[in-house]
Design a protein around this ligand. Sequence first.
Ligand code: FAD
Length: 564
Amino acid sequence: MQGSKLNLLAENRMSTYSTTQSSDRMEEVLGIFLASPPAGIPGEVIEAFGRLIKTADGVLPPSVFLEAVEQSPVAISITDLKANILFVNHAFELLTGYSQKEVIGRNQSILSYKVTPLEKYEELWACLAKQKPWNGVLVNKRKHGERYLADLTVAPVLGADAKTRYYLALHRDVTDVHELERQVRDQKILIESVVDAAPVVIALLNSDGKVLLDNHAYKKLQADMRGREPADVFMEQLAEIIDQEKKRTCKTRRSLVNHEVELRFEHGFASRWFSCSGVWVNESYPGVDFYFSGDENCGLLLVANEITSQKKQQEQIRTNALRALMAEQQLVHGMRETLSGAIYQCQAPLNTATAVIAMMERRGDENSSPAHTALLEIIKYSEAVLESLHEALPPETIEADSPININEVIKDVIDVSIQRLLEHGVVVDWGPEANLPIVIGKHYALRSLFKQLLDNAIDAIDEPDGNRREITIITRSQDAMVELILRDTGSGIPEDRRLTVFEPFYSGWRHLKSRPGMGLTIALEIARQHNGEIYIDPYYQNGCGIHLRLPVNDQTVFLRSEND
Ligand code: FAD
């Protein structure tokens, strides 16, 4: 509709310019004109018409150039060097509302709405003065006062002498485009400020995992990670799920919901925990080659909510429960130790009395001797005491076997013992083997075994000649055994006592005289129950080094350590 209207108008206007529809006719007219140009016609005009014939050179009829300008959908004007209008095309008339007659001879400033900053015009004119084209946006007004945004390009038209003869202007109404751009920009700003203000970490990643957009919380996390890209760490930990999803198309990929991710920091900073969710978003390929292809890639909008404090709370609750449980177990152990001690103490005089009685009976003086009667009384009484002591022994906890990662047992015990270690100013250097095979055994028993060893190590450091206050804990796997090595910098165990310390009721502490001396006996007992062994390292010289070796489960399963 618009096209046919333009054609009609163009035809009418062709007649106004006295041009013909036929190129032959055009060339003929131009030939006559150039042969004897009328007086007063400027030299440049004669030159321009002359070039028109030469340029066409039989390839295109010269009239095509005029028609092309006239019918162009872009508003075109040609001015003199003061911007006085010499020619406008039909699109100019449609856009501005001025007819050709109304504007010829008027200055282009007729279109100015008078709000464009002066610097813009100065820029425009400065470019033209250097014979360079200029492009910019001005606020123009139509004939009836309506303003519009004009995207204007002006360029000098040079003569054969390389001097500027005319100015050419092309302009189009970009009010709608600008409005659209403004809306998009406003929306982008709005989205960015909402995303930025969100208290969760947000990042939009392209299909290669590169961050396209992030928010304030993300940048803060990146600063905390000393410039490391948090997205890389998140993606690394979510790799298993994401790799599975990659086989699907963007539309069919399932969103990620609340996957826990641990960010580990260097330089001794504690780990931080995040709950990660994500949705797949279509990402168009950038670049000209993909403009029409419509091919799309899958990007990921990743949202990570920090849950470190919840995690710490959970861990605190777990440690407290463990501490209470172990305290209870220790109490029971303590009672068993004390009662076993008492039974042991009672057993010795009872054995002596029984031996004396046997001797008296062999001599045959048992009936007449009051001593015999008294001894029998003592034995009877002692046996009754022993029986009630045996009855008072608290029963041992019966525990089922389960798969155990010794590293986790150690971590639990260290967590539970933190307060004591701090109070005694002891530094723990823990070197767990990353992939430690599992051991089948009793959780509580192994925990109390290790607690006993750790408590002993702290006590040893407190001994009068303990020097450095360090405990080193190492785990490793060797010859189908899991080995735990615990070394302290305490007083050490002399060579001649390295076996005695495992005997019941042996206590070599100088500052802890009241200890019943059953700790290592029970530790040895637990190690044996697990078909393992425990011994003092004869080569370690800086204190005491204890080795605990436990056999690995036949169908070895490797559990990842918490701290690898
Ligand atoms: P003016 O006093 O005319 O000009 C403002 C400033 O422009 C002056 O202070 C001066 O620094 C500079 N200037 C003006 N004329 C010249 C000159 N001849 N040589 C060097 N510097 C000069 N303006 C629009 O608002 N809308 C248009 O669509 C538009 N199209 C143009 C198309 C062409 C081909 C050219 C050459 C100019 C066009 N202009 C257009 C600019 C226009 O000519 C005016 O410069 C402008 O409108 C400001 O007019 P004014 O009366 O407010 O101020």
